[in-house]
Design a binder for this molecule. Sequence first.
Ligand SMILES: [Ca+2]
Length: 295
Amino acid sequence: MKNVKKLYAAAAALFLAAAANTCAFAYGGEKAENAIVLAEENDQSITAVEISGLDTVLFGEKAVYDKSELSVGEDAVGYSISSLVWIDKATGRQMKANTDSFTEGNEYYALIGIRADSGYRFDLDMLAAGAVGLNGSAALIDINESKIEEKEIRICTKTITATNSITLKFNGSGAEGSMEPIKTAGGQKIVLPECAFEAPEGKVFVCWKAGNSSAYPGDEITTPENRAILNIYARWEMPGDIDMDGEITDKDAKYLLKYLGGTVSLTRAQTRLAMVTDDGENIDMLDVIAILLIR
Ligand SMILES: [Ca+2]
């Protein structure tokens, strides 16, 4: 039995060496090692594989990441992720994780190794049948360049072009504190973070502003393309200044009364400013009274 296994191993290594010239998977020394793991007759068959977490938002200066970013499906049994490498398509060069970074305009593809655990084997029809999912579907997978064996799947992704990068810089508009800038790709959807600046005395955070547009934490915005920096400013207003004219007057109380009467609505910014009393989420007569007391 031992000799037969050795023979298999030698044959597998030979096959791999032959394939190395054409196959995109001749990277590192990992493959030869993997190839000697052979399926046993009574191994349990795996009929579907799900891998998630491949960040396809590549942009200039983004650090090349490794398999720690990937995860298998929650119900996954019998397999694990063994490798993730990025290849520069033009040069064929394997990118070094954590030290290399992507370059704007260059094309890349990822090679993902998935290994069957001891006692399991992959159903060989799975890849062609679309039962190997990456980020929720098979759309990212280049089937022709991917390979499946009983103990290993080697996913080759479709080509991804790195785009320009943009840095979102958060400005407290004079408030204390700081927020980490966010670096991402241009033309990319991103969810705005909560404001982490300390509210200036007597003010509350209303919204984020960039140029003439405003948005709220939790809003999804699309980053501009071909722009290196986007400055985003915190907008602070006085609680009770419902019409945001910089002072608290009868007009603010009247407006809030109308709102409570159902004849006008409040914008999201106004909703924040209408919570004058510190009683949580409710906007009620107490807030109107508070405005009348402040004015
Ligand atoms: Ca006002």
